[in-house]
Design a protein around this ligand. Structure first.
Ligand code: HEM
Length: 124
């Protein structure tokens, strides 16, 4: 018997998506989903230009700022070709937290130690 129908999801890395930043191939990320809007450019009521500007990148904020209608959101579903690769997200999250843990906290600790040392020296 066939395995239960599981909708296969294609995952794309940021690197891959970034290549599709021209009018020949226009991909966008909205809410971690990847959209191929190449054929939609000319049909977009909001114009081609705004989509081109975001091509190959994350358009979530701009998409939400416009306050797209329910119709627009339904329409967008048919252009989904996959999702942002989970590893891409993990890398992004890790690189954010590592900035704090790897740089800021040791830097502050070093500063505190240096100040304590100065105070200790001054007491002598
Ligand atoms: C799959 C993606 C998208 C679809 C299907 C879509 C569809 C639509 C539709 C149907 C409208 C007409 C108004 C409405 O129904 O809300 C619209 C307007 C508009 N869209 Fe999009 N859109 C998409 C992505 C984007 C993105 C990424 C941006 C910005 C970077 C954008 C910017 C705009 C703007 C500026 C308008 C005009 C709003 C106005 O005239 O008041 N759209 N879009």
């Amino acid at each position: 018997m066939a395995a239960p129908a599981e909708k296969a999801v294609t995952y794309y890395t940021l690197e891959e998506i970034q290549k599709h930043n021209s009018s020949k191939s226009t991909w966008l990320i909205i809410h971690y989903k990847v959209y191929d809007l190449t054929k939609f450019l000319e049909e977009h009521p909001g114009g081609e230009e705004v989509l081109r500007e975001q091509a190959g990148g994350d358009a979530t904020e701009n998409f939400e700022d416009v306050g797209h209608s329910t119709d627009a959101r339904e329409m967008s579903q048919s252009y989904i070709i996959g999702e942002l690769h989970p590893e891409t997200l993990i890398t992004t999250l890790n690189s954010n937290s590592s900035w704090w843990t790897n740089w800021l906290i040791p830097a502050i600790s070093a500063l505190v130690v240096a100040m304590m040392y100065r105070m200790y020296i001054a007491e002598d």
